[in-house]
Design a protein around this ligand. Structure first.
Ligand code: SAM
Length: 314
């Protein structure tokens, strides 16, 4: 991912990068001000429980689970362990949850000074209050829970066997949110193969990528789902990432369509569900003129944003 990030650095340029960082900072400040910002974690747990109940008759709190790509703040893993799920995570990046000097040195080596500084500032200034808020939301929702053990945060590439060797036995549930769009297409089959090896016939995977062809799929801060309803003034055209009218994303994107994911998943899995988490997002921006400029894309492509695939091993 760091090589991918470096080539993106050249494209985006310093000014673009500073604007992006300012946008990210702004989002963190807005999040700190908001009151119920962990509803999504509680909703995700409810969704995982619902899927496990319907297709496997299992309780989430008794399941063994893996999250692929838990990110810099492993909220879902903390919540899963809180309720009793035996959950671990794999992420390409070094976790910053529990920092010591050795880890900071590894971060600097892997991510360079800018990304490491961003991570450290976020960990020191913003994260403590977020984790406190998360604990109080979880306590209110589920009662007293298990403390989180940072050794559950594994670091490595989920497309390589090495990191999987630290996880013993079979898993009831594998989940991944907003991750697969960042994995190069040729690395996705090995991830799926490794997942299938750790699943039984009654295990499930919930994989929810943000699909490139949707209005939010370009990962442009101007077009994040919560901003889609705003007017057009001062921002790039809708679906500008498909017409090369917007700035390149600050992150690597594999640009897969929904049909590409289906094809990849179906090699190992039956797709039990495919749920659009946003219904026809941005439809009011799809004027006749804009539709004509996007003629190479179907409605299914243009309205696919975050899609949740529920998979069962064949
Ligand atoms: C956009 S973040 C999403 C984080 C988290 N799932 C969330 O919903 O906030 C994508 C994460 O996927 C991780 N990732 C990308 N490719 C990966 C791979 N091949 N193996 C493991 N993690 C990967 C990145 O390091 C990053 O933390």
């Amino acid at each position: 991912m760091s090589q991918q990030s470096n080539s993106q650095d050249d494209k985006v340029g310093t000014v673009g990068r500073l604007l992006y960082l300012a946008g990210v900072l702004n989002m963190h400040v807005a999040r700190l001000r908001s009151v119920s910002n962990f509803d999504f974690v509680v909703a995700d747990l409810a969704c995982y429980q619902d899927v496990l109940t319907r297709y496997a008759g299992k309780r989430l709190a008794e399941a063994r689970a893996l999250e692929i790509g838990y990110g810099q703040r492993p909220f879902r893993l903390i919540a899963l362990n809180w309720i009793g799920t035996d959950a671990v995570g794999i992420d390409l990046d070094e976790p910053v949850y529990d920092l010591d000097l050795q880890r900071i040195a590894r971060l600097l080596k892997a991510n360079g000074v800018t990304r490491t500084t961003k991570s450290l500032v976020r960990r020191a200034i913003f994260d403590p209050s977020e984790y406190r808020k998360l604990s109080s939301v979880l306590r209110a929702e589920f009662g007293t829970g298990q403390p989180f053990d940072a050794r559950r945060l594994l670091s490595g590439d989920a497309s390589r066997p090495a990191v999987w060797s630290s996880i013993s036995g079979e898993l009831d549930l594998i989940l991944s949110e907003d991750v697969f769009e960042h994995i190069p297409i040729e690395r996705i089959p090995p991830v799926l193969e490794m997942m299938a090896k750790r699943m039984r016939g009654d295990s499930l995977a919930i994989i929810a990528p943000m699909i490139f062809t949707g209005i939010s799929g370009g990962h442009d801060l101007d077009w994040y789902p919560h901003r889609v309803h705003e007017g057009l003034d001062g921002r790039t055209p809708p679906w500008g990432h498909l017409t090369r009218q917007s700035r390149p994303a600050d992150t690597y994107l594999n640009e897969l369509r929904r049909s590409d994911y289906r094809r990849l998943f179906e090699r190992h899995f039956d797709i039990l569900e495919e749920v659009d988490l946003y219904h026809r997002l941005g439809e009011h921006h799809l004027t006749g003129e804009r539709r004509a400029q996007l003629a190479g894309y179907s409605d299914e492509d243009l309205f696919a944003n975050k899609v949740r695939f529920v998979l069962r091993k064949r």
